[in-house]
Design a protein around this ligand. Structure first.
Ligand code: HEC
Length: 152
């Protein structure tokens, strides 16, 4: 009886393993209001984050794009697969480098099934990205180049 319920608990836990719990907690409190739980997105409001970010994370340009999007926001129409979004992603520059690294790790490694050979983000990588101050429209322009470069 005891062994059975322990086994069941273990099974349940492994089905729901979150690799970046601190990132999930930031995501749930700051991002899910627009991007929805697990980053599944909402038509007309905010794009899903369960596919493109995982693909971005395997290239330098894509990683810079992810960091800059969270640091500086993004403004301007975008497409994710066949769907369009055109609303403003706010800036989260007030979060710490470690918080931004963690939330991106949650998005890339927990919410995205595919992330190639991407390595995790760390605070130093986010700190370096702060050297390049962009506004939300510049982040949008930069996204066009990244998406084209990846053939998305
Ligand atoms: C107020 C709503 C809102 C909140 C809160 C928000 N986002 Fe966004 N996010 C958006 C919108 C809208 C876009 C698309 C912007 C555009 O159309 O230019 C976006 C775009 C993105 C993208 C780029 C996706 C792509 O395909 O290039 C990433 C990554 C992202 N958000 C991550 C986050 C993270 C991480 C958080 C929390 C720290 C967050 N967002 C919080 C609305 C939001």
């Amino acid at each position: 009886m005891m062994a059975l319920s322990l086994g069941m608990a273990t099974q349940l836990a492994s089905a729901q393993t979150v690799h970046y719990p601190a990132g999930k907690s930031t995501f749930d409190s700051k991002c899910a209001v627009c991007h929805q739980a697990g980053g599944k997105g909402m038509d007309g409001l905010a794009p899903p984050l369960i596919e493109y970010p995982g693909k971005y994370a395997d290239s330098n340009e894509g990683r810079a794009q992810l960091g800059h999007t969270v640091l500086y926001g993004m403004f301007g129409p975008i497409k994710v697969r066949d769907k369009s979004y055109n609303f403003k992603m706010p800036s989260f520059a007030a979060l710490s480098d470690a918080e931004i690294a963690d939330v991106l790790n949650y998005v890339v490694f927990d919410a995205n099934a595919q992330h190639g050979n991407a390595k995790p983000f760390d605070a130093a990588e986010i700190q370096a990205l702060r050297a390049n101050t962009l506004d939300a429209s510049a982040v949008h322009q930069q996204r066009d180049a990244v998406v084209k470069g990846l053939g998305l």
